[in-house]
Write a protein that binds this ligand. Structure first.
Ligand SMILES: NC(=O)c1ccc[n+]([C@@H]2O[C@H](COP(=O)([O-])OP(=O)(O)OC[C@H]3O[C@@H](n4cnc5c(N)ncnc54)[C@H](O)[C@@H]3O)[C@@H](O)[C@H]2O)c1
Length: 324
């Protein structure tokens, strides 16, 4: 298969390219990536792929990249909620206009398309409740990032209903693992702990997320690509609800650092308090199971950042000024 991976130089996209080449060694991987501050071609080192530097919000670039491919998996997006609160224009362009361009290409070519989305489209659950998001939960995005992802999901659903296209969507919980940009909580905590710098934690740190190791997310996507039903949405989660503060404490303990590095800072506006996922759909229908425990995944993640610390420090010191 010739597989077009959009956003393949980012965190999850690069892990997916690695996963896909390992599981399907005969595949040909083509990546289209705008190479924003969040990308890094080092994430793809040692892999066999063709890279197109291009913007999915550019209809002509999408037209040419989608010629002669058998499958499109869309990871390309502006992904950092904090940036979307400062300015959401790039989020609308990449996350909505970009998806529209891809869907138009699918309409022309009939090629199989999978949209990578987030559990954030469902909004926030009360702390301490047993409620979880399911495929039938109502969309209720509460920040500009999740609103653009929700809009894209609706476009994909609408194109399925209107044109009967071969499309699927997955909404996954928070990912962690190798290659994530240091702007995100877990890499930032590891890097700051290593440097002995304060680790900022929003509000009281009691926000709950269902943390999934990125490789498990990739295996779930692959299961959907192989056996998923067109028009269907699959929720991906691993029943690993953790408070942000407890994640940071675990990292400090793994790294033998003191909790005095934790600094509570003013909360993010509209910060969702809890996400939780009922992944019964993908487990029951596709037989998918995660392979990694949180302990082992966090250990592997800490080891990765320590090993490549120099590379990540360059991003912390330089690229953070280029955020949209
Ligand atoms: N990180 C998570 O925890 C998480 C959870 C659920 C869903 N998602 C979704 O997964 C996808 C990937 O997330 P990530 O964490 O890997 O993000 P990321 O920011 O690490 O990577 C995004 C990649 O997309 C590229 N990109 C951005 N805009 C583009 C455009 N207009 N055209 C082409 N390329 C563009 C960037 O250069 C980068 O390489 C996103 O759609 C995100 O919404 C992420």
């Amino acid at each position: 298969m010739r597989v077009l991976v959009t956003g393949g130089a980012g965190f999850i996209g690069s892990n997916f390219v690695r996963h896909r080449l390992r599981e399907h060694p005969d595949d040909e991987l083509v990546i289209i990536d705008k190479l924003t501050y969040a990308s890094d071609t080092e994430n793809l080192s040692g892999l066999r792929y063709t890279l197109i530097r291009g913007d999915i919000a550019d209809a002509e670039a999408v037209k040419s990249a989608t010629r002669d491919v058998d499958l499109i998996v869309n990871f390309a997006a502006e992904s950092h909620v904090d940036n979307s609160i400062v300015s959401s224009e790039n989020f609308v362009r990449s996350n909505i206009v970009g998806v529209h361009n891809l869907l138009e290409a699918v309409r022309r070519t009939g090629v199989r398309f999978h949209q990578i989305s987030t559990d954030e489209v469902y909004g926030s659950l009360p702390l301490g409740s047993q409620e979880r998001f399911s495929e039938s939960s109502k969309y209720d995005p509460r920040n500009p990032y999740s609103a653009t992802k929700a809009a894209a999901d609706f476009l994909v659903r609408a194109y399925y209903n209107t044109y009967g296209l071969p499309v699927t969507i997955s909404n996954c919980s928070n990912n962690y693992g190798p290659n994530q940009h240091p702007e995100k909580l877990i890499p930032k905590a590891i890097i700051n702990a290593h440097l002995g710098r304060p680790i900022p934690v929003y509000g009281n740190g009691r926000q709950v997320r269902d943390w999934i190791f990125v490789e498990d997310h990739c295996s779930a996507i692959d299961a959907i690509l192989q056996k998923g039903r067109y028009g269907r949405t699959y929720l991906i989660g691993v029943d690993n609800e953790q408070e942000n503060i407890s994640v940071v404490r675990r990292i400090l303990s793994l790294m033998g650092r003191d909790e005095s590095l934790i600094r509570f800072v003013e909360d993010r506006p509209g910060h969702d308090v809890r996400y939780a996922i009922d992944a019964g759909g993908i487990r029951g229908e596709l037989g998918w199971r995660p392979a990694m425990t949180f302990e082992a995944g966090l250990r592997a993640t800490v080891d990765h950042y320590l090993k490549y610390m120099k590379r990540y420090l360059m991003k912390v010191n330089g690229a953070m000024q280029n955020v949209p």
